[in-house]
Design a protein around this ligand. Structure first.
Ligand SMILES: Nc1nc2c(ncn2[C@@H]2O[C@H](COP(=O)(O)OP(=O)(O)OP(=O)(O)O)[C@@H](O)[C@H]2O)c(=O)[nH]1
Ligand SMILES: [Mg+2]
Length: 503
């Protein structure tokens, strides 16, 4: 899968190089020398990227114009998952060659979910004895069996650390490659104390190479099990397999379920949830299926460009075009807590400013709004409702003058979670007052939200343009591929029309 680093990852205030290279207070002459050396090296790298970009620009002028699509939306909206669908459809060989790397991410997702549960148990244990006055009545009791189960599963915390360390490269010059970020999926009523950290990687830096030892040199092989080094001593597969029964027992434990319910923690809806298929993912020769790769969660840092060659059949024969798909990180502040706190409007402006350099020359913006997040808050701004954040972002994007001539496609995403949430009795009106007395079902809720988003587009668009909107579950391959095939045909068709107008 061709991927490359883009020079401008973020605006200057969050530029990882600027942060790393700022002269520290009380710097000694030796430290200064080392710093200057690092700066020179960074400049050389930056200059070579510039040269590469200008070479590519010159090359582009010679050939046909590529079709460019920019994926936008808040964190966990499904941008990277949509990109994976594009890759699975149109570059399946490269997609499947990366199974070994995604296997490690699924393993990381599993141990993270277990870690969240172990954390919940620990906090309950810390509420001391059942006679403690501060303990609410009927609070579930962590009995000896559950405490023993927790102890047996503690090696998984180490597994998580090992996997995380492998993904976060050491050394100051690697600081833009990966970071720990706040976990996004926090229920609306949840206390910020529960905030966990989640790994974020720049998909342009080849994080997949980290697991290269697992990948055989035979990249063309479609037999995925051959691409994995089953003897690798640092592979956590054996530990996960050995603890599979305990993990299942933990997930099925009544006290655990009661504690999760009390804390409003719906892990089933959280990113990277695999506890419902532990038999499969902990089996000794586990290789993730396409569906598991789509469900695997790895937060994006910065912006990366992905190239895919697309072919479309037409009346005059088939045409083939280069596509560039840009995937961005949706969470603005990955260094939250280290800088001055920002208001939500300045965060919004900063996020859009970070994306703006990519607005020019785009064939389409594909904006994802995860409408199921109506009862959640942003990790970086616990007072901001996630649906309200999507609406604000959408308003900013559709009113942007640089995008006046760009196709804007909206995915109202995570329809599957939305459906189960509404069915479980969570009421949209409790979070969106204007929903009033409408029925609390998917059909009514999605059509209401679709109208709202369409209205914002109509009122704020700098010039009239067609509005494309789809209700999606991008983890569902079949339905997503149908939508993406339509988008592909639409953009290819438009490309041909534009080309004939220019000719
Ligand atoms: N159930 C369900 N899960 C989804 C859907 N879309 C995405 N997900 C999951 O939600 C998680 C987040 O999706 P990503 O594609 O990583 O989100 P993103 O927008 O790239 O997030 P950032 O990289 O943080 O900006 C992943 O675990 C996906 O598998 C959906 O429609 N339904
Ligand atoms: Mg992403």
């Amino acid at each position: 899968m061709p991927t490359k680093t883009l020079r401008r990852l973020m605006d200057d205030s969050d530029d990882p190089f600027a942060l790393v290279l700022a002269p520290p207070e009380g710097e000694t002459p030796e430290q200064r020398e080392v710093r200057l050396l690092l700066e020179r090296e960074a400049k050389e790298i930056s200059d070579s990227i510039d040269e590469e970009l200008s070479r590519e620009k010159a090359q582009e002028k010679k050939g046909p114009r590529p079709v460019k699509v920019l994926l936008l939306g808040q964190s966990e909206s499904g941008k990277s998952t949509t990109l994976k669908n594009f890759q699975l459809m149109y570059d399946a060989k490269a997609f499947r060659a990366e199974r070994a790397s995604w296997r490690a991410i699924v393993q990381l997702n599993v141990v993270r979910s277990i870690h969240v549960i172990l954390d919940v148990i620990t906090r309950q244990q810390n509420r001391r004895s059942p006679t403690d006055d501060t303990r609410p009545p009927e609070s579930p009791v962590v009995d000896e069996d559950l405490a023993a189960l927790k102890m047996r599963l503690s090696p998984l915390i180490h597994v998580e650390e090992v996997l995380t360390q492998r993904l976060i490269p050491k050394g100051p010059d690697k600081s833009d490659a990966a970071r720990l970020a706040q976990l996004t999926n926090i229920p609306y009523s949840e206390h910020p104390r529960l905030v966990n950290r989640e790994i974020a990687v720049n998909s342009a830096t080849q994080w997949k190479d980290v697991f290269a030892r697992l990948v055989s040199s035979d990249k063309d092989s479609f037999d995925s099990s051959k691409a994995i080094d089953w003897e690798d001593p640092s592979d956590p597969g054996m530990v996960l397999h050995a603890l599979a029964e305990d993990m299942k027992a933990l997930w099925e434990n009544d006290t655990v379920q009661a504690l999760l319910e009390r804390q409003n923690l719906r892990l089933q809806e959280a990113a990277g949830f695999f506890l419902d298929c532990l038999d499969e993912v902990t089996s000794l020769k586990y290789v993730p299926s396409d569906d598991h790769i789509l469900r695997a969660r790895l937060k994006t840092l910065g912006v990366s460009e992905h190239r895919i060659k697309m072919t479309s059949g037409g009346m005059t024969g088939s045409i083939s075009r280069d596509w560039r798909i840009y995937d961005v990180g949706g969470q603005r502040s990955l260094v939250s807590g280290h800088g001055p706190s920002r208001s939500s409007s300045s965060r919004l402006i900063a996020r859009t400013a970070a994306w703006a350099p990519y607005f020019q020359d785009m064939s389409a913006i594909l904006f994802l709004a995860p409408i199921s997040a109506f009862d959640q808050v942003l990790a970086e701004e616990p007072r901001v409702n996630r649906l309200a954040d999507s609406v604000n972002l959408w308003t900013t994007i559709v009113s942007n003058k640089l995008l006046a001539d760009t196709n804007v496609i909206l995915f109202l995403n995570k329809i599957d979670i939305m459906k189960s949430k509404l069915e479980s009795g969570i009421k949209l009106v409790d979070y969106v007052n204007s929903y009033a007395k409408r029925p609390n079902d998917l059909e009514s809720a999605s059509s209401y939200l679709r109208k709202k988003f369409a209205g914002i587009h109509r009122e704020n668009s700098p010039a009239p343009r067609i509005f494309y909107c789809h209700l999606t579950t991008v983890t569902d391959r079949k339905s997503t591929q149908y939508v993406l095939a339509n988008i592909k045909d639409m953009l290819m068709h438009q490309y041909l029309e534009d080309a004939s107008l220019i000719a």
